[in-house]
Write a protein that binds this ligand. Structure first.
Ligand SMILES: *Cc1c(COP(=O)(O)O)cnc(C)c1O
Length: 375
């Protein structure tokens, strides 16, 4: 039987009644965009991550874009981030008209190297955008110190790290804005696209909310008050979460702690079974990993991947190649070798199946086949 990276239908079946009831509630309400579910989800999600404010948006990509815009990042500004991730962060920086600057990673956490980050700051730098790779938190304490010391905005891409902790504190309140994705394969998966921004700053939350709802206060969209026409103080876009996704996420949020515990148990099992076979993902002290992915590194990556595929075990090489070597960014002039630790990680990484759709027995099967494939 195939060991898949994802099985969305299985996860739906596990909570079918609650999800079906949530969908029916939205359909019956007749409110698909400006109803009660989105504000209710925002409150429940803010409570879960222990942030003062959450704004529900249409995707993790939208969360990043709207966060940068709300912080005033724009043309002429530079934003420092990492390249060993997906396109979303870099594309969000370009979308607001700013320039992306990639720096190297810390090979142990695979998150931004804080020393390299500070060294890359120029008079044009306006914001820092660390990415919590695979669920391992960036060093947000040090990133906060750097941002404050240089008067920069700090946006955290926690799309892979919902539930990760630093000193017992869940990610969501350590940056100016923390961005989450509820894409189906993430820790809290919508049935389609969804995301959120969290912040401790009420005025910033309000700006994010307006920018993501066509540049108007949300109440104006309800259209129930006579004479209430358009009122645009800012230019926003339609990047808001819809009612259906909010209702589905509300049904799934109460199960998030359970699925995090499953992920952590699976990661511990891999770490136990794969010891000595490859470079295994670590967890720095004082931090709690959210284990969106279990990504090992080894020189024989391609041969092992072929072995696993032949035994119906899915695996991937995400995220590689890194963004600074992607064709779309050729013009920015980052040569091969410019970010050596990023490139070494991307050339050797292999993501193994992990998630609540799998049993510990399946994790053992994968671990056994990794051992066999390297024998
Ligand atoms: C998933 C993800 C995103 C984008 O989220 P979407 O909801 O797919 O737009 C951004 N950054 C990282 C690190 C991600 O994993």
């Amino acid at each position: 039987m195939r060991v898949a990276l994802y099985d969305y239908a299985k996860l739906y079946r596990e909570h079918r009644e609650e999800i079906d009831a949530a969908i029916a509630r939205v359909l019956e309400s007749g409110q698909f965009r400006w109803g009660e579910e989105v504000p209710a989800f925002e409150e429940e999600f803010a409570n879960w991550v222990d942030a003062r404010h959450a704004v529900a948006v249409g995707s993790g990509t939208a969360a990043l874009t709207v966060a940068l815009r709300a912080l005033g990042v724009g043309p002429g500004d530079e934003v420092i981030t990492v390249a060993n991730t997906d396109l979303a962060g870099s594309a969000a920086i370009s979308a607001v008209g700013a320039s992306v600057v990639w720096v190297d990673i810390d090979p142990e956490s695979r998150c931004i190297d804080t020393t390299a980050c500070e060294a890359a700051i120029t008079p044009q730098t306006r914001a820092l955008l660390p990415v919590d790779m695979y669920g391992h938190p960036s060093d947000m304490i040090e990133m906060r110190r750097i941002a404050d010391g240089h008067g920069l905005a700090l946006v955290e891409d926690a799309c892979l790290a919902l539930g990760a902790e630093i000193d017992g504190r869940r990610l969501g309140s350590l940056a100016d804005v923390t961005c989450f994705s509820f894409s189906s394969g993430k820790h809290l998966g919508a049935i389609g696209a969804a995301g959120a921004c969290t912040t401790q700053d009420a005025a910033l939350a309000d700006r994010v909310r307006r920018l993501a709802s066509d540049g108007q206060a949300r109440g104006r969209h309800y259209g129930t008050k006579p004479g209430l026409g358009l009122h645009h103080e800012t230019e926003g876009h339609n990047q808001q979460m819809d009612e259906m996704q909010a209702a589905i996420l509300r049904a799934k949020l109460p199960h998030l702690d359970e699925t995090l515990a499953v992920r952590r148990a699976q990661a511990d099992r891999y770490t136990e079974r794969l010891a000595g076979l490859a470079d295994l993902p670590g967890q720095k002290t004082g931090l709690r990993h959210a284990w969106r992915n279990y990504v090992i590194e080894l020189d024989q990556r391609d041969a092992l991947a072929a072995h696993l595929f032949a035994r119906e075990i899915d695996c991937n090489a995400l995220y590689s190649p890194p963004m600074h070597l992607q064709p779309v960014y050729k013009g920015l002039g980052y040569a091969v070798g410019s970010l050596p630790r990023t490139e070494r990680s991307c050339n050797r990484l292999l993501g193994l199946p992990l998630g609540p759709h799998l049993s510990l027995h399946q994790i053992d099967i994968v671990a056994e086949e990794v051992r066999a494939g390297l024998a």
